[in-house]
Design a protein around this ligand. Structure first.
Ligand SMILES: Cc1ncc(C[n+]2csc(CCOP(=O)(O)OP(=O)(O)O)c2C)c(N)n1
Length: 513
């Protein structure tokens, strides 16, 4: 078999089933091998940022890596921003990058670049393979590295001649890495903290998922301990019937307020909270000075098991949760972010996956989603916009039986809009809602916050994405995704209901009044 077939066979033998790809000449033998190794399905993406974001979404929902296939340094560079988000999510990704054949690497050919240098800042593991004899073992090592808790990007750089030379696969499967439960000393320290007034728990990592939330809710009900969730928690269960602790706010002032009472902060797969940005008059560190930080579980450990152990040691009984207020009624009139929130609260189907890149609209919409049916929310983990649609695509291919809803600000949507084309081609069950305010609205707020006294026409023009207005209906239809435009709450409700009932991708351009 060829090195490319050996690479794919090894990926398949180690549980990698999908490869989000945008290939070139150096990856042609990999592409050819897809027909001989059908256990790995190639999914074509028309921009590398779509491929890397989709791999992130897939990993968040399965806990397993997808592969990506990118074309030399420039292809990798196009995919870096969403690999950055994947790194912050601790998503396992097997990031395969093609390289020139070994004899060609000594020349400064047009596509020559420092691939490892580009890969390192986003990768926990990087290996270049220039000998076909190594490709089987290297591929197995890449999967093992990606899966190493808590999960990371593992970049495997494969020379073109490795792909076309004969090779033999590595024997057997790599051992599955398990997350260790924190030791008894860490659990005893945490039990002691729970006895003290002013203790708060901060959840992150995998502890946004239902089982961990249930355990945290039991502790909250039994001991009164405050519970918060990190903003960048990659997968957060929400909705009626769940314990829904608040997420640390985006802006520093409300975040400082939310944490002001903490005397001890128990970290569970989380890090001490810091502000998203530094501003002229607010601190970066969000904890009060006198607050002691106690780590119950590191990011690489099993925080859920640790929380459950705490429940056992404190005798916290099962608790029940209901959303405090009834679901809000469907509004009338012009379409606003609040109206979208209320309609989503009523219409979101059970177990939906919500990819959240609403940016400035999130403050208005998210409180309503507390009343929606149980769902999971995937936020932007690394602040790099252009991840929402690709993550939705990856999540939809990972969970074919679940409806995915991408809540997407218009400016952010334009970074990786090509995700719609792959959604159409793959029949991905995604309803994309574009929040069309035709501005970079959050940046108008940030402009004030960073001390600017006013905006002249040049500055305003830099934050205004109208002139010309983007026509998301035509953009979407042009990529094969049926689309409609809503300007009133009633239109949006009707279109959303129909889109949720259909299968396959749909888009609604929500023009905000
Ligand atoms: C890759 C990347 N480039 C630029 C930015 C800076 N940035 C943050 S928000 C934003 C505009 C957001 O506009 P939109 O998505 O329309 O949301 P709105 O603020 O209008 O709600 C930009 C350009 C970023 N976060 N990431």
């Amino acid at each position: 078999m060829t090195g490319a077939e050996c690479l794919l066979e090894t990926l398949a033998a180690n549980g990698v089933e999908v490869c989000f790809m945008n290939p070139g000449t150096s990856e042609m033998r990999f592409v050819a091998a897809l027909d001989r190794v059908p256990a790995v399905r190639g999914v074509l993406c028309l921009f590398e940022g779509v491929a890397t974001g989709a791999a992130d979404g897939y990993a968040r929902m399965t806990g397993r890596p997808a592969a990506t296939l990118l074309h030399l340094g420039p292809g990798l560079a196009n995919g870096l921003a969403n690999l950055h988000n994947a790194r912050k999510a601790r998503s396992p990704v097997v990031n395969i990058v093609g390289e020139h054949s070994t004899q060609h690497q000594r020349y400064d050919a047009p596509l020559s670049a420092d691939i490892a240098g580009l890969a390192r800042p986003v990768s926990g593991w990087v290996r270049a393979v220039n000998d076909a004899a190594e490709i089987g073992a290297a591929a197995a090592e890449a999967v093992a590295a990606a899966n190493e808790p808590p999960g990371q990007v593992a970049t495997l750089i494969v020379a073109a001649d490795v792909s076309w030379s004969p090779a033999v696969p590595a024997a057997g499967r790599v051992a599955e890495a398990r997350r260790a439960r924190p030791d008894d000393a860490a659990i005893c320290r945490a039990v002691e903290s729970l006895r003290r007034p002013g203790t708060a728990i901060l959840l992150g990592g995998r502890c946004g998922q239902a089982r961990a939330l249930e355990a945290a809710g039991r502790l909250h009900a039994a001991t009164g301990v405050a519970v918060l969730v990190e903003r960048a928690t990659p997968r957060l269960a929400r909705g009626r019937g769940l314990f829904q602790p608040p997420v640390v706010p985006y802006f520093p002032e409300p975040a400082l307020e939310a944490l002001a009472g903490a005397r001890t902060l128990l970290l569970v797969e989380a890090q001490p909270p810091i502000s998203f940005f530094g501003y002229p008059n607010t601190p970066s560190r969000l904890l009060p000075d006198r607050c002691e930080v106690v780590t119950l579980a590191e990011r690489s450990q099993d925080g859920t098991a640790a929380l459950e152990a705490l429940c056992g040691m404190t005798g916290a009984p099962p608790a029940r949760w209901t959303a405090e207020a009834p679901a809000p009624r469907i509004p009338e009139g012009p379409l606003t972010a609040e109206a979208i929130g209320a309609i989503l609260a009523a219409r979101l189907p059970e177990h939906a996956i919500v990819s959240d890149e609403m940016v400035s609209a999130s403050g208005a919409v998210l409180p309503y989603l507390a009343y929606a049916a149980e769902h999971e929310r995937l936020p932007v983990t690394g602040g790099s916009i252009g991840q929402g649609l690709p993550v939705a695509l990856g999540a939809a291919l990972a969970c074919r039986e679940r409806k995915v809803v991408a809540l997407e600000a218009d400016g952010s949507a334009m970074y990786t809009l090509q995700a719609l084309w792959t959604m159409a081609r793959e029949g991905a069950d995604v309803v994309s809602v574009i929040f069309s305010n035709r501005r970079y609205q959050i940046l108008e707020i940030e402009m004030m916050r960073t001390g600017s006294l006013g905006m002249g026409p040049a500055a305003q023009s830099a934050l205004d994405i109208a002139r010309p207005d983007l026509d998301f209906v035509r953009l979407s239809e042009g990529m094969g995704v049926p689309a409609e435009r809503a300007a009133t709450a009633a239109e949006f409700d009707r279109q959303l209901t129909a889109a949720l009932e259909a299968r396959g991708p749909r888009l609604i351009e929500a023009v905000l009044g």
